[in-house]
Design a protein around this ligand. Structure first.
Ligand code: GLN
Length: 531
């Protein structure tokens, strides 16, 4: 295994002990980027070349010079005997939805194409203060609206390192693809309906959606403010735990960041699962979607291998001493996507008002007469199809007479979904679960172009993840094996509010118990010949 493929914790340890320099790690990582990533995303990219098809294209902006300065700073601190923090010299990528001071920040949209962030997101600051070295900004669906990264205005489109014909998932697709291909140990993503966990599952990495409010959103470009959660993508559970320990916590600049102390998530991570109650729910073993002709809800069982991977994970945890509790009722999760469709669009349309050609980034270069025409042209040219659809839907469903019929109803469903979770995690209730175990996604990564263009079908990729966003509870996706086609699959652990430490503990126990499984030795296609 190449040195740069080691877990972040080990790389940081070697750097802090002086066995490795941050600059060496950075150079080796930039070599990997040069080998596997191909040209960074641009607007108006020309035809896809043959060469593009053999590369990952995780990056929109590579910040090699800035990274060198960071690595130099870390090395100088180590030479001077100063504490560099727990992420000393660890290469990391940032979803291009976070502000990084002095760096172009696009949200993968033309409308922000000329915007340079004047400040860094609080959590970006925290990661850098802990010694992390930012390699650059990685691709995503435009404004995080999607599940495949195909809706980005910047291309060539990001590809799945396990199968370059397939999508990496989304919206944090660049993040998951980067981690899976060794372009940095960690990545910072966001999850509004599944955008960290779904790409993590598609790319065979760990992804964490923390409790809503656990992590500050200051400096994060907003999608749906009541659902958005920044979180880590990482190679393993311990790295994700370390990264969350660094990021989480109150922030005077974000009043929704909870004023609760942050535990050291690594502490006690290896205590095992003996005596824990872990639930399986039939409501997470099928998918349900509307038949557009009749309006009826069609229910289909999940693909056998996806369901089996979750059941196998339950067996592993049972063998490690957990008590598996079956038939957990979560009857309202089936309405998660319809309710999300309404709430996320209403909030998205509201959050997009600020992009008007005046404050940030792009302004139409064509002729316009007066302010209104400038707004109209800027937004018509600057937004891609998906933001436009979401603006229309969001405005429609929150408009006077429809507000009650759609938006208020969706909020009611959201409360019911949260109540379901509260009931099953209630320590005095009938189920008393420590965690719920489910598959992360209904299918492994799909082929590029297969679903893109059908924004409703695309949305159903989040069927098993979205309810945790409605409920605000934490959830983590961990790799759980490979499908018959050799594609990664993930299982999800969901817990009660602020139970991230429990989820890390369960995930870690699973990782330990499966450490010698054959599938753990299989590498993504792109790394086949890399080392
Ligand atoms: N795929 C979902 C959507 O399109 C969720 C995206 C996200 O979590 N940011 O809205």
């Amino acid at each position: 295994m190449a040195l740069i493929d080691l877990p972040a914790i080990e790389i940081a340890k070697k750097i802090r002990q002086g066995d490795l320099s941050a600059m060496d790690v950075l150079d080796a990582t930039l070599t990997r980027v040069a080998e596997v990533d191909g040209r960074p995303g641009t607007l108006d990219y020309d035809e896809i070349t043959k060469d593009d098809e053999t590369k990952v294209h995780a990056f929109i902006t590579l910040t090699a010079e800035r990274a060198r300065q960071q690595a130099e700073r870390v090395d100088a601190m180590i030479d001077a005997g100063e504490d560099t923090g727990p992420l000393a010299g660890v290469p990391i990528t940032i979803k291009d939805l976070f502000c990084v001071k002095g760096v172009r920040t696009t949200a993968a949209s033309r409308i922000l194409s000329g915007f340079t962030a004047p400040y860094s997101a609080t959590i970006v600051e925290r990661l850098e203060d802990a010694g992390a070295v930012i390699l650059g900004k990685v691709n995503l669906d435009e404004f995080a609206y999607g599940s495949s990264t195909e809706s980005s205005a910047f291309g060539p489109t990001t590809r799945n390192p396990w199968d370059l014909e397939r999508v990496p998932g989304g919206s944090s697709g660049g993040s998951a693809a980067a981690v899976a291909s060794g372009q940095g140990c960690l990545s910072l993503g966001t999850d509004t309906g599944g955008s960290i966990r779904q790409p993590a599952a598609f790319c065979g990495v760990v992804g964490v959606k923390p409790t809503y409010g656990r992590v500050s959103r200051y400096g994060t470009i907003a999608f749906a403010s009541s659902l958005d959660c920044p979180g880590p993508l990482a190679r393993n559970v311990s790295d994700a735990a370390l990264m969350l320990s660094v990021m989480a916590g109150p922030d005077p600049r974000d009043s929704t960041a909870a004023a609760r102390p942050v535990p050291d998530y690594l502490e006690g991570i290896d205590r095992g699962v003996k005596g824990m109650r872990i639930g399986l729910s039939p409501d997470y073993m099928h998918i349900a979607f509307p038949d557009f002709a009749t309006g009826e809800i069609i229910t289909e069982d999940l693909a056998g291998e996806i369901r089996d991977a979750a059941l196998r994970a339950a067996d592993v945890l049972a063998a490690a001493g957990a008590e598996i509790v079956e038939n957990i009722p979560l009857p309202n999760s089936v309405f998660g996507i319809p309710a999300y469709f309404v709430i996320s669009r209403v909030e998205a349309s509201s959050n997009l008002h600020r992009f008007d050609g005046v404050k940030y980034g792009y302004r139409s270069r064509s002729d316009y007469q007066g302010l209104h025409e400038m707004y109209r042209k800027t937004r018509a040219e600057g937004f891609g199809l998906e933001p436009k659809l979401r603006i229309l839907m969001g405005m429609y469903m929150s408009a006077g007479q429809l507000n009650k019929q759609y938006y208020q109803r969706a909020l009611g469903i959201r409360r019911m979904i949260r109540a379901d979770f509260q009931a099953v995690f209630d320590p005095a209730g009938a189920y008393r679960l420590d965690a719920l175990l489910t598959p992360t996604t209904p299918t492994p990564a799909f082929k590029m172009g297969d679903i893109f263009g059908d924004s409703t079908l695309m949305q159903y990729a989040d069927q098993l993840t979205v309810s945790a966003n409605h409920a605000g509870v934490p959830a983590i996706s961990i790799p759980s094996g490979l499908s018959a086609q050799g594609l990664p699959m993930g299982v999800q652990l969901i817990g009660p509010d602020y139970a991230e430490a429990t989820l890390f503990r369960v995930g870690y126990a699973y990782e330990q118990a499966t450490a010698h499984d054959d599938w753990r030795r299989v590498k993504p296609q792109i790394l086949g010949e890399a080392d």
